[in-house]
Design a binder for this molecule. Structure first.
Ligand SMILES: Cc1cc2nc3c(=O)[nH]c(=O)nc-3n(C[C@H](O)[C@H](O)[C@H](O)COP(=O)(O)O)c2cc1C
Length: 203
């Protein structure tokens, strides 16, 4: 059970290339349900979801997410969730982020892809959706069936982001990272990446 969740978390990718296929309402509701069950400070649930499914509306919001060369894929999504809030407490962004991750992992478990979009023209989207002045858009999440799944962007090695207050585990982490770092260095890393890309293209 725990490992299944870890696999889902590790395999989920940000998808920026969607098929034309529509997502069923049933799946959309399951995704929102995952978002609704996220933890939040004092169970405040500051998230609000504006679900956008009509092509012309996706197109308009997609246009407002296009900033320079970024985010042109948003208008190709099957549906969008505009994640907004009318709350102002200090944990609002944390809460909404947790809710977003729940929705993206649920979408992945249903065979869909998603991408969190943090760069957008807030005022324009607020006007378009007729949100209140006090409302704040936290993010836009694009959902749809993936056309292609990109390689996983590298994560920082555990030893650079975690510290332990017990030595035994630290030693195990350091030992395995020494070996990993050796193979990741220079020539090995280029070789490994080209093998991964070749295998990815052939799959
Ligand atoms: C707060 C936040 C803002 C993001 N904004 C954008 C964005 O505007 N455009 C985009 O293409 N991806 C955006 N992303 C997606 C990240 O680029 C992506 O999660 C990261 O590169 C790791 O890739 P992965 O999701 O496939 O693991 C955003 C992610 C987060 C959490």
């Amino acid at each position: 059970m725990a490992n299944d969740i870890l696999n889902l978390i590790k395999q989920r990718r940000s998808i920026r290339n969607f098929k034309k296929d529509k997502v069923s309402n049933d799946f959309i509701l399951k995704i929102l349900e995952a978002g609704r069950y996220a933890p939040s400070a004092e169970n405040n649930q500051p998230w609000r979801f504006y679900v956008i499914t009509k092509e012309e509306n996706i197109e308009t919001i997609g246009r407002h997410c296009q900033i320079a060369f970024l985010n042109s894929f948003v208008k190709e999504a099957s549906f969008l969730v505009v994640l907004y809030t009318n709350k102002r407490h200090r944990f609002v962004e944390t809460d909404c982020g947790l809710s977003a991750q729940n929705m993206m992992v649920e979408a992945f478990s249903l065979g869909m892809g998603s991408c969190y979009v943090g760069a957008f023209r807030e005022k324009e989207i607020k006007n378009f959706l007729k949100l209140k002045d006090f409302d704040r858009i936290i993010g836009v999440i694009a959902f749809g069936y993936p056309q292609e799944i990109p390689l996983a962007p590298e994560r920082l090695p555990l030893e650079t982001i975690a510290r332990f207050d017990f030595k035994e585990n630290l030693k195990t982490v350091q030992k395995s990272s020494l070996i990993r770092n050796f193979f990741k260095s220079g020539f090995f890393s280029i070789l490994a990446r080209s093998f991964r890309e070749k295998a990815h293209k052939e799959s």
